[in-house]
Structures are given as structure tokens and as C-alpha cells.
Write a protein that binds this ligand. Structure first.
Ligand SMILES: [Zn+2]
Length: 318
């Protein structure tokens, strides 16, 4: 399996969810062994690698920081890039926060579809987990376990009639991500809006870029999936796991976790080389750019749906 980058540039622009700062991003091809690298073009192309060592404060979004230079809300764009198996890419940005766009990863998938993929003459390297590792904080936990592919299993439980318990289990590939997760949007509870604003967050938030849950419903429906919340959390998890810096061969379970636990898992994993090995063998089809418009390839096979949907009682009457 060879490394891939994108074949051509693509652009997007919009407001940042938390800072409210308007920015432009441009995806650019990158040479082998570059990894996923942000470049602040407003700061003389200062580079910030999408890597666990650059994780900054993490609360309602994942932020990277290197030498005092900050970049916020990386998770949705990284989820799309990582799920599509793009090994090497430059993400040029002229502001402090990745545009939120519609609150999902779908606009980033559209950028990647436009960009296509190009194979590089260098073998892909995987980070293969060989020993289990878990982190627990009260009733929240994350764990990473040996597996031949990249799998995530994400469980959420919010006391709300439209959410409740939702569980998403998926083998990550470009097709499964596109079909099952990419369209799921970020969300917040109406009661959180004023406290979040008071903390200086969600300055760019609007009904166009986040689902707002009222006490018993949704302010700006319809939902794209009955379990859009669980799907979005799985998307966030994948975006945070991208900070491993290499494609994972592992199964990751997240139970009521969030960005803080996700990124702690990555940092602690990277800090303990006894938990993993680097290999060029593996993948079994996961992380292939098999349907990202690679003109060198056979037509994409039928998408799989290894998604186990837990019925949500709130939607039983629908
Ligand atoms: Zn998110």
C-alpha cells in the first residue's frame, strides 16, 4: 500500500465556530512522509503538524498549539482527511480557526472529492496497536485495542428525548465515513448557549452551523439522522485520533468521552512505544483511497454498512 496525497488544490471559507473569525482554507498536495500539516499563511507559513505533541487546551473543540501559535477546531476537517486515508497534505489557513461551514464534515468531503488522490512512491506506514490501553474518568472512558483494521465504537448518553443512548460502531474507510458519519452535524443544548458565550466560545455559532436542542426537541430541524448526535461524536473521535500522526490499525472504544479524553488517549499512546509498532503491512482495505476519485483504480465497490444502529425509542413512532 502506497502513501497518497491529493491530486489538486481545493478551497473553502467561512466563520470559525468558537472565535467567530472568518477564514480561508486551501488543501494542497504534499510529498511523501509529510503527514497532515497545517500552515498559518497569515504567519509566514508557520507549520503546525496534526500530531499529539501539538495538542493544546481541549474543551468544546480540539485546538493545536505550537510555539504559542494556536489553531482551533481541527477535528471535523481532520476526520475527513484521516478517514479518506490521505497520508500527506498541507492545509493552508489564514486564521486561528478552521471554518465550521455547516457543522459537519460533508463540505470537507466535497473538497477532497474535488481534489482527488495521487499515489506517491513510498510505502504507507501504519501505527499498529499491539497492547490494550484504557483511560477512565468517572463514568467516561476510552480504550484502544489491537485490531487488523481501524475501527471505532462510540457510545453517547444524553438525558434528552431526542438523544438518549446512541451507539455507533464502524470500520473506518472513505465509504463508511462518507455514508454514515460525514453529514452528522455538531450540536449543543439551548441551555448551554449563554454559559458558552460567557466563556468566550461559540461566537460564530448559528442555527446554520449547529443543531440546537431545546428542552424537549430541536430548534432547527429536521435532523439528518435520528442518531445524528452519536454519529457526530464518532466523527469527532476519528478527527482526534488523526493526531496519532499515522493511520491506525486498532479498535477504539469511547464511552461518553469527549475531546479531552480522546486527545489524552492519543498523547498517552504515543508516549508509550511498548503499546504499538510501526508497520508497512496491513490495512486490509481500510484507509484506502478506494473511492476518492482515484483515476488509476477500479470503480469503487459497493459501500459496506457495518454500522450497528441502536434503535432510539424517541423515534419509534416515526
Ligand atoms: Zn464536532
Amino acid at each position: 500500500m502506497l502513501q497518497i496525497t491529493i491530486a489538486r488544490e481545493s478551497v473553502a471559507e467561512g466563520i470559525g465556530l468558537h472565535t467567530g473569525v472568518y477564514g480561508h482554507i486551501r488543501l494542497r498536495p504534499a510529498p511523501a512522509d509529510t503527514g497532515i500539516v497545517f500552515r498559518r499563511v497569515d504567519l509566514d507559513n508557520f507549520t503546525i503538524e496534526a500530531h499529539g505533541q501539538n495538542v493544546a487546551r481541549v474543551s468544546y473543540a480540539t485546538s493545536l498549539m505550537k510555539q504559542g501559535v494556536l489553531l482551533s477546531t481541527t477535528e471535523h476537517l481532520l476526520a475527513a482527511i484521516y478517514s479518506c486515508g490521505i497520508d500527506n497534505i498541507f492545509i493552508d489557513i489564514d486564521s486561528i480557526e478552521i471554518p465550521i461551514l455547516d457543522g459537519s464534515a460533508e463540505p470537507f468531503m466535497a473538497m477532497l472529492a474535488h481534489s482527488g488522490v495521487r499515489r506517491l512512491r513510498r510505502k504507507r506506514r501504519y501505527l499498529k496497536v499491539v497492547k490494550p490501553f484504557e483511560l477512565v474518568e468517572g463514568d467516561r472512558r476510552v480504550g484502544i485495542y489491537p485490531a487488523e483494521r481501524f475501527e471505532v465504537d462510540c457510545y453517547v448518553d444524553f438525558a434528552h428525548p431526542l438523544v438518549g443512548q446512541q451507539q455507533i460502531a464502524i470500520t473506518v474507510s472513505p465509504d463508511t465515513f462518507r455514508n454514515c458519519l460525514a453529514r452528522a452535524r455538531t450540536f449543543c443544548f439551548e441551555r448551554e448557549i449563554e454559559p458558552l458565550r460567557a466563556m468566550g466560545l461559540i461566537r460564530g455559532g448559528s442555527l446554520e452551523n449547529a443543531i440546537v436542542l431545546t428542552s424537549d426537541g430541536v430548534m432547527n430541524g429536521p435532523l439528518r439522522f435520528a442518531d445524528e448526535f452519536g454519529r457526530h461524536k464518532a466523527l469527532d473521535l476519528i478527527g482526534d485520533l488523526a493526531l496519532a500522526g499515522l493511520p491506525l490499525l486498532a479498535r477504539v472504544e469511547a464511552h461518553k468521552a469527549g475531546h479531552s479524553l480522546h486527545t489524552q488517549l492519543v498523547s498517552r499512546l504515543l508516549a508509550d512505544p511498548s503499546l504499538w509498532t510501526i508497520t508497512t503491512a496491513g490495512g486490509e482495505g481500510s484507509h484506502e483511497g478506494d473511492s476518492v476519485h482515484d483515476t488509476d483504480q477500479e470503480p469503487a465497490h459497493e459501500p459496506e454498512f457495518p454500522l450497528h444502529l441502536k434503535p432510539n425509542p424517541a423515534f419509534a413512532a416515526d
